[in-house]
Design a protein around this ligand. Structure first.
Ligand code: ATP
Length: 221
């Protein structure tokens, strides 16, 4: 599903450099990424999703070298094939929870908003306990509720690859288990692949693989 080779990335401002010589993530697998703060875990998810592009190397997702695609093609690929739960949620403040879940369908011609999609959005919201809060704007939702809106949005288009950056970080134990169940069920039902950054070591036994990210850091680049 994901094959990385010779990846080198540095932020334009300098100071931080990420080198990943080889990394392979099997289709349908559930992989957790752990590692100290600032080691580049979010940077890797941004590279895999094509939000960032590397200075060198190959990042193949479903056989497509996304590092070599044009900006427009990379964006289209991301919208169609990847669901991303951002650490900061990235919700649109003037839209309701329901409209936020549907947002990817609003901003692109690559996805078609149908009655079935709306129904699926409602189903995901029900399953994450948001059913009675769909009319609220993000400011009127708790952090954990905003997190759940972000998760519903990421899963709505049945992505082949789900990237989750601290997806359970703001949740209480009950909701944490519920969200993880949903993420795992989703990837199992769709045959999707899950790559999740987490600081929550209690959750690690639920994953097939754990990557410790400290190994990929190099400084001074
Ligand atoms: N836009 C940017 N410009 C320059 N440096 C950046 C930028 N964004 C992040 N960095 C730096 O890159 C490094 C890696 O950041 P990243 O967010 O990938 O770490 P992380 O492992 O996900 O951390 P955390 O666990 O705290 O979320 C950090 O040192 C950070 O300060």
């Amino acid at each position: 599903m994901i094959e990385i080779s010779g990846l080198a990335f540095a932020h334009p401002g300098g100071g931080f450099r990420l080198d990943v010589p080889e990394l392979a993530i099997a289709p349908g697998s559930r992989t957790a990424i752990v590692g100290p703060s600032g080691t580049g875990k979010t940077t890797l998810l941004n590279l895999v999703s094509g939000i960032l592009t590397p200075q060198a190397g190959r990042i193949s997702v479903e056989g497509e070298n996304i590092a070599a695609l044009s900006d427009a093609d990379r964006r289209a690929f991301r919208i169609r094939r990847i669901g991303f739960v951002f650490q900061s949620f990235a919700l649109v403040e003037y839209l309701s929870a329901f409209e936020n879940i549907l947002y990817p369908y609003r901003i692109t011609g690559h996805l078609k908003l149908t009655a079935e999609v709306r129904e699926r959005a409602r189903m995901l919201a029900e399953r994450t306990g948001l059913g009675d809060k769909l009319g609220r704007k993000p400011a009127a939702l708790s952090q954990g509720e905003q997190q759940r809106v972000a998760i519903c949005r990421a899963l709505l288009a049945s992505p082949a690859l789900v990237l989750a950056d601290e997806a359970t970080g703001n949740l209480d134990p009950e909701n944490k288990a519920r969200i993880l169940d949903l993420l795992f069920e989703q990837v199992a039902a769709e045959g999707a692949t899950l790559l999740a950054v987490t600081h929550d070591h209690e959750l690690l036994p639920r994953f097939d693989h754990v990557i410790d990210f400290a190994a990929y850091r190099s400084t001074g680049g």
